[in-house]
Design a protein around this ligand. Structure first.
Ligand code: FAD
Ligand code: A2P
Length: 272
C-alpha cells in the first residue's frame, strides 16, 4: 500500500542520513550552535568537516560543508553556525529545534588534522568568526595536548558577543573530567576584537607581525623549528595569515605531505 507524499511522518523517517537535534544555543542574531546524534558508523579525526543540511523545497537535500566542533571522542556531534539571512541553508537551519532532524553525510574530510603537521613544541590555532569551529574540536582533543607543550588559540571577531561561544568553551575545559587535567596550563587563549572595545584588540595578522601577541603572552616569536599552525577563516584572512606564517619560515603542509602549517576556508564567498 502506497503512502501519500503529504504524509510528513513518512517523509521524516525516509530522510537520508538523518540525525536528531538534541540541543540548540543562540549566541547572537548571526551565530548559533547545536548538537545532534552521532551516526554509529561515523569515525572522524578532530578538525575534519562533513556535509550537513536539510531537505530543500524540491525534495532534494540542501547540503553545506560544516566543521565538526566536537572532539572525536564525544558521543554527540556539535556544530557552530552562521545565520545568513538569505542563505539557502542557514535561513532555515537557524530555526531547528530539539527533536528535529537534519541530514548528515558521514564522510569526514579536511586538512586541519594533526597528521598534516610535522611534530613540534607549540601549535597555533588561528581563526576568525565561525573558523573557530574546527578548533573547538581540536581544543577538546587529547592528542593536541599529547603532541604539544603549548597550544595558542587566537580568535578574532568584530565584536565581543561573537567571541562568546569560544570563550565559554575554553572556560569549560578546566573542569572537563575527560580532558581538564591534560589541558592544564598548556592552552593560551588570545581572543581579540576589531570593531568593539575589548582588553585585547586587533587583527591576528597585525598582532603576529607587530609581536604584540608574543609580548602579551610572554612567548618566543614563531620559529619553524618549534612552531606549527592551523588556520581557518575567510579567504582574505587565510591568504594574509599564510603570508605572515611564511614570513616566519613556516611552510604549508597537507595530509599527504606534513609540514609546519595547514589552512582551511571557514566558508566560500567573498566575505571581505
Ligand atoms: P551560502 O550560500 O552557503 O553562503 C552565502 C554567503 O554567506 C557566502 O557567500 C558568504 O559570503 C557568507 N557565509 C557563508 N558561511 C559563512 C560563515 N561561516 N561565516 C561568515 N560568512 C559566511 N559555516 C559555518 O557556519 N560553520 C562551519 O563550521 C562551517 N564550516 C565550513 C567548512 C568548510 C570546509 C567550508 C567550505 C564551509 C564551511 N562553512 C561553515 C560554510 C557553510 O558551508 C555555508 O556556507 C553556510 O552554512 C551558509 O550556508 P547558506 O546556504 O545559508 O549560504
Ligand atoms: P576587521 O574588522 O578589521 O575587518 P568578518 O566578520 O569580516 O568575516 O571578519 C571577522 C574578523 O576577521 C574581523 O575581526 C576582521 O577584522 C578580521 N579579518 C577580516 N579580514 C582579515 C584579513 N584579511 N586579515 C586579518 N584579519 C581579517
Amino acid at each position: 500500500e502506497q503512502k501519500p507524499v503529504s504524509d510528513t511522518a513518512a517523509t521524516k523517517v525516509t530522510l537520508p542520513d538523518a540525525q536528531t537535534v538534541n540541543s540548540v544555543t543562540h549566541w547572537t542574531d548571526r551565530l548559533f550552535s547545536f548538537r545532534v546524534t552521532r551516526p554509529q558508523s561515523l569515525r572522524f579525526r578532530s578538525g575534519e568537516f562533513v556535509m550537513i543540511g536539510l531537505l530543500g523545497e524540491n525534495g532534494k537535500p540542501l547540503l553545506r560543508a560544516y566543521s565538526i566542533a566536537s572532539p572525536a571522542w564525544d558521543e554527540e556531534l556539535e556544530f557552530y553556525s552562521i545565520k545568513v539571512p538569505d542563505g539557502p541553508l542557514t535561513s532555515k537551519l537557524q530555526h531547528i529545534q530539539p527533536g528535529d532532524q537534519i541530514i548528515l553525510r558521514p564522510k569526514p574530510v579536511g586538512t586541519l588534522v594533526h597528521d598534516a603537521l610535522l611534530p613540534g613544541k607549540r601549535v597555533w590555532f588561528l581563526a576568525t568568526g565561525t573558523g573557530i569551529a574546527p578548533f573547538a574540536s581540536l581544543m577538546r582533543e587529547p592528542e593536541t595536548y599529547e603532541k604539544y607543550d603549548e597550544v595558542i588559540m587566537m580568535h578574532t571577531c568584530r565584536t565581543v558577543a561573537e567571541l562568546e561561544y569560544g570563550r565559554q568553551l575554553v572556560e569549560s575545559l578546566k573542569d572537563d573530567p575527560l580532558i581538564g587535567e591534560l589541558v592544564g596550563d598548556k592552552l593560551k587563549y588570545y581572543p581579540t576584537t576589531t570593531r568593539e572595545e575589548f582588553h585585547h584588540m586587533g587583527r591576528i595578522t597585525d598582532n603576529l607581525t607587530s609581536g604584540k601577541v608574543f609580548a602579551d603572552l610572554g612567548l618566543e616569536p614563531m620559529n619553524p623549528e618549534t612552531d606549527r599552525a592551523m588556520v581557518c577563516g575567510s579567504l582574505a584572512f587565510n591568504k594574509d595569515v599564510m603570508e605572515v606564517l611564511e614570513g616566519f619560515g613556516l611552510r604549508e603542509g597537507a595530509n599527504s605531505e606534513p609540514r609546519e602549517y595547514v589552512v582551511e576556508k571557514a566558508f566560500v564567498g567573498d566575505g571581505i
